[in-house]
Each structure stands twice: as structure tokens, then as C-alpha cells.
Design a protein around this ligand. Structure first.
Ligand code: EPZ
Length: 427
């Protein structure tokens, strides 16, 4: 099993290329199910989750082809496709639920395994089911699968007004894709506003969908009969960019994150500036990105995760790693998931001083960290342990980094390119 070996104490300097966003690429790969025409995605990140989604689509009968060096993948979903997502694949990646909406919208039926829980929480999909039922779908859950179909005699989903019990990112994405081909108007009243939602909507509009309001909490979709193919560039990954911002902040130094977008990281950048890190937009067009400078002397910052545009839950563990080495005590409140402090116990092994009480973690900063063997438990927890290892004294060995590979495109290569002493070892 691969591990990452990090020797702490190096500053970081140089330039790193931010890859396409995992959480945009996954729904956008599913959007290809909505048309029989070829769909071309570029800037698709090289991630395990992308490979898993590709296997899922291949398994249904979608023809996929890699092309060019810019992370290009083409998808062609034929009319005789098998609209099923089996447990063996879905259990490893919750985002497989994103096939449900497009399969129902285009083929009128779908059999998708329930995702099951994961390290950070139970991760139910009841809201996805509720919204699609509002659009006329008949969905039963049997033997661990969602069996979805249209009512007898119906040839399409019907537009509906959907208000979910809580804001759901993939729920919003499922509804967007289903509503694009539904009959009539769909209104999403408390839609998620993440940049990945807007990127998916822009792609659907290129395919002929009629969508307004994406990026706000109220999205209106006028269904159309058919969608056509398109070419779409996956938006840059704001969480990867945020992760590298925290890495440079903690290790000290200066870096340019090419393709990073300050307008997608407002809440995180505000906290970094309050902590004493210099962050600014730089460059134009393809050369645009984020410049970050840090002395390594930081002031701890309390924060609470909320839906976009608030502080993202996917950056909680990485910023906690910053608070470990910053001066002062901070309170970290996780409001989105019920169990997203799995990194805390591993951080304690590095010498951190953290106590948790339900959804609140209290971090006493400024404690010297010493390298140790630690274990990754989920995607972003892995990243936080790597960040802590960059500054811990001695060697840190991060185990189970298949979690990291799910959502980061060659992280150790990119960090090594900035001067970090980090290597992948197989033991
Ligand atoms: C997306 O997950 C992201 N994944 C997650 O990123 C991210 O942490 C999360 O949004 C929150 O921003 C992808 O986009 C592939 P939710 P998602 O539905 O859509 C509850 C990462 O690290 N809920 O917005 O699954 C749910 O349990 C991953 O890249 C229900 O109860 O999250 C959670 O408490 C981790 N029922 C809250 O809502 C439902 O039907 C928000 O979940 C749906 C959600």
C-alpha cells in the first residue's frame, strides 16, 4: 500500500498548476448521458474518482475515449445503453448517485445502488429521491438499489418546484440534469451555489438547456426535448487551490497557483489574510492565478463551515492544520457533516493539542509538531496530514493515501516541484 514520506522544515517556492475540479468533472461526466451526441470534456483531472466514474459509464455502455494531453475525455452515450450503476462501483464513490437524474431524464428508467455511508458521515440520498419524485419519477428502494422509472404512459419527467430540507450539492446537480429534459418549468428554491454547480449549468446550456439563476439559491430550468453534444473545459479545482494556499501558509515561502481563482475562494482567502498570509490575484487569461506569500508566522483563526459562499467544509481539515502551528487558540465548527474530525486523532500523534465536543474542535496553536506515522481516513483529512507533515520536525509517514489519490492529481509531485521533501513509498 502506498504511503507518503515527508521530511518537514522546507519552505515552498515556485509555481504549481491547479487541475480541473473533481466536483465539477464528476457531474459533467454524467451530463454526457443526456445526449446521444459526443461530449468532449477538457482539463479533466487525473484522479481515482474520475477513473471510477469512467468505469461506471463504460459499464453502462457509454463509449469513452481519452484524447490529447490536456486531460481530454470524450463520451458518447448510445440509445441502447444499460441504465444501471452497480453496487461494486457505487460503494467506492458516493458521487455515482449523479447518474440517477440524467438516466431517468433520457431513458425514463434507472437502477442505481444506494451509496452507503463513508468516513465523514451517513451521506443519505433521501433529498435526491424526494426531488425526482416531485418531477414524477417512481422510485422504490429494494435490496440496496434505487429502482426509478416514469409513471405508466409518461414519456418524460415533469417540471416541478423543489425545496430540499437542506442545501445539497449533488442533489442540486441531479435536479439540474433531470430538469434539462423534463416537460415544462422546474424551480429549485434552495439550490446549492458552489462554483461547480455553475460550471455544470454552463455546460448544460452549451448542450441546449435553458437555465437561469445558477450560482444563486434559486435556479429556473425550462425543459427541452433534446440536448446536443458540446465541448467543455472543467473549471479549476478551488479546493486543490485552497489546499496549496494552506500548504504555503504553513511551510512559509512564496508560490503562484496557475489557474487558481480568488473569486471561488473568498471565505478561505479572508481567513488566510487574517492569519497573516499575503494572497492576491495575478495575471490574465490562461496565465491568471493566485500569488501567495507567507513568513510561516501565523495567527490562529476560528471559523465555521457553511454552504458556499461560506467557508467550505472541504477546506476544514486543511485550515485546522494551519491553526496547529499558528499562535493562539481557535475554534473550528463543522456544520455540514456529522463526523468530519477524523483527522484530529492523527494530528494528536504529531503533537497537536486539540479537543473536540460534538461539531466543535478547540485547537491550541503554536505547539511544536514532531513527525510520526499517521493514517489518512478521508480525502481532505489526508491533505491536512500532508500539510502538517511539511512543518513537523523529522519524518512523517502518511498511510492509506489512496484516499488522497481519489481527489488530488499527483499532489506529491506538485509539492516536490515547490521544493518540499516528499516522496511516495510502497511498503
Ligand atoms: C458534495 O457532496 C461534495 N462532493 C463533497 O465533497 C462536499 O463536501 C459536499 O458536497 C458539501 O459541500 C461532490 O460534489 C462529488 P451534500 P454531497 O449533498 O453532494 C446531507 C470532497 O471532499 N444530505 O451537499 O454528497 C448530507 O448528509 C467531497 O470532495 C442529506 O441528508 O453533499 C450532508 O450533511 C466530500 N440527504 C449535507 O446534506 C441528501 O439526500 C450536505 O450534503 C443529501 C444530502
Amino acid at each position: 500500500m502506498d504511503k507518503l514520506l515527508i521530511r518537514g522544515g522546507r519552505n515552498l517556492h515556485g509555481e504549481v498548476l491547479i487541475s480541473g475540479a473533481k466536483n465539477a468533472a464528476l457531474p459533467e461526466m454524467c451530463a454526457a448521458l443526456l445526449t446521444r451526441d459526443p461530449v468532449h470534456l477538457v482539463n479533466v483531472p487525473r484522479l481515482h474518482d474520475v477513473a471510477t466514474m469512467r468505469r461506471l459509464l463504460d459499464n453502462m455502455g457509454v463509449k469513452t475515449e481519452t484524447h490529447g494531453e490536456r486531460g481530454g475525455i470524450s463520451f458518447t452515450a448510445p440509445d441502447d445503453l444499460n441504465p444501471e450503476a452497480p453496487y461494486e462501483l457505487v460503494k467506492t464513490m458516493r458521487a455515482s448517485v449523479l447518474a440517477l437524474g440524467p438516466l431517468l431524464a433520457r431513458f425514463g428508467r434507472a437502477k442505481v445502488s444506494l451509496p452507503g455511508g463513508c468516513a465523514i458521515g451517513s451521506r443519505p440520498v433521501d433529498q435526491h429521491i424526494k426531488g425526482l419524485q416531485a418531477m414524477g419519477a417512481e422510485i422504490t428502494v429494494e435490496h440496496g438499489y434505487m429502482h426509478a422509472s416514469l409513471p405508466l404512459g409518461a414519456s418524460r419527467l415533469k417540471g416541478a418546484r423543489i425545496t430540499t430540507d437542506m442545501v445539497t450539492v449533488t442533489g442540486t446537480e441531479n435536479f439540474l440534469m433531470a430538469a434539462a429534459l423534463a416537460e415544462g418549468e422546474t424551480v429549485l428554491e434552495n439550490a446549492a451555489m458552489e462554483p461547480e454547480i455553475s460550471d455544470l449549468a454552463e455546460m448544460l446550456i452549451k448542450m441546449g438547456a435553458k437555465i437561469e439563476g445558477h450560482g444563486t439559491s434559486r435556479i429556473v430550468i425550462q425543459g427541452v426535448e433534446r440536448l446536443h453534444g458540446c465541448t467543455h473545459q472543467v473549471v479549476a479545482d478551488r479546493i486543490e487551490a485552497g489546499t496549496f494556499l494552506c500548504a504555503v501558509a504553513v511551510a512559509g515561502g512564496e508560490a503562484f497557483l496557475r489557474h487558481g481563482r480568488v473569486d471561488h475562494l473568498g471565505a478561505v482567502i479572508d481567513k488566510l489574510k487574517d492569519a497573516g498570509v499575503q494572497v492576491q490575484a495575478e495575471g490574465e487569461g490562461e496565465g491568471a492565478g493566485i500569488r501567495v506569500r507567507s513568513t510561516g508566522q501565523l495567527k490562529a483563526q476560528s471559523f465555521r463551515t457553511t454552504e458556499y459562499p461560506g467557508f467550505p467544509t472541504d477546506m476544514q481539515a486543511q485550515f485546522m492544520a494551519l491553526n496547529l502551528v499558528a499562535e493562539g487558540t481557535s475554534m473550528v465548527t463543522e456544520t455540514i457533516f456529522e463526523n468530519r474530525f477524523m483527522h484530529v486523532n492523527e494530528m494528536l500523534r504529531l503533537g497537536a493539542q486539540i479537543t473536540t465536543d460534538g461539531r466543535v474542535a478547540t485547537v491550541v496553536g503554536g505547539k511544536p509538531l514532531s513527525g510520526a506515522m499517521v493514517m489518512a481516513t478521508d480525502l481532505r483529512a489526508s491533505a491536512s496530514l500532508v500539510i502538517a507533515g511539511l512543518v513537523a520536525k523529522g519524518e512523517t509517514l502518511v498511510d492509506r493515501i489512496y484516499h488522497l489519490d481519489r481527489g488530488y492529481d499527483r499532489m506529491e509531485e506538485k509539492l516536490r516541484g515547490l521544493g518540499a521533501d516528499i516522496e511516495r513509498v510502497s511498503q
